[in-house]
Write a protein that binds this ligand. Structure first.
Ligand code: ATP
Ligand code: MG
Length: 195
């Protein structure tokens, strides 16, 4: 099974991200400059239920791997982890594209700087290391994937303020299993911890 740790988003963040999607599409349609025009005609938007913040992508594991990942989640987020009264405070901030704006395969919304987010991610990744679990070790670039393009799209010239600076709180960290198929993936919760 394909595993990853992520933070699910509350409704106020999901609403803001959906509004951002509508702004992008409206701007794209209105652009006199044909450069980015129709870029979104072939975008695959993340369904609302799939929007999340990935903390660590583990990839393919068997049942024993799942058990070890659950133990690592417990170590990072369970008893002994720093207690918070009301979750982790985050804020939407800006947007960008991977690998680059002029030839984007992923359009993402960004987050304001959060030392706490970096701390919980380090804590999780350290627990994965200790358990000997492999995961994608690329530097953590917190982002929320809004849309994907199978052919690189030129997104230059889209409005810089499309993503509203909405603050929100995340209550839980989740270990998801991702089931890939024809359309959008289905994410199933395998474990959850209160932040
Ligand atoms: P799809 O692959 O169908 O486009 P998806 O990327 O959302 O959908 P997964 O590939 O299972 O589904 O990925 C789950 C999460 O892990 C997503 O947030 C994705 O961006 C992230 N992810 C996937 N592969 C990697 C990777 N190699 N390194 C880091 N993060 C990854
Ligand atoms: Mg993927």
């Amino acid at each position: 099974m394909r595993l990853f740790f992520a933070l699910p988003l509350p409704d106020e963040a999901l609403d803001a991200l959906e509004a951002a999607g509508r702004s992008f599409i409206a701007a794209d349609i209105n652009m006199a400059d044909a450069r980015a025009a129709a870029a979104f005609g072939r975008a695959r938007w993340s369904p609302r239920a799939n929007l999340h913040l990935t903390l660590a992508f583990l990839g393919e594991y068997d049942e024993a791997g799942l058990a070890a990942a659950l133990a690592a989640g417990e170590e990072a987020f369970g008893h002994g982890a720093p207690a918070r009264v009301s979750g982790l405070a985050l804020k939407l901030e800006g947007w960008g594209a991977f690998p680059r704006l002029g030839a984007a395969t992923i359009l993402w919304a960004g987050l304001g700087r959060s030392p706490e987010l970096l701390a919980i991610t380090s804590r999780l990744r350290a627990a994965l290391e200790r358990a000997g679990l492999r995961y994608d070790r690329s530097p953590f670039k917190p982002h929320l994937t809004l849309a994907r393009f199978s052919r690189p799209a030129d997104l230059r010239g889209l409005p810089s303020d499309a993503v509203p600076g909405v603050g929100f709180r995340v209550r839980d960290a989740i270990l998801y299993r991702s089931v890939l198929g024809g359309g959008p993936p289905r994410y199933e919760e395998m474990g959850a911890w209160r932040l």
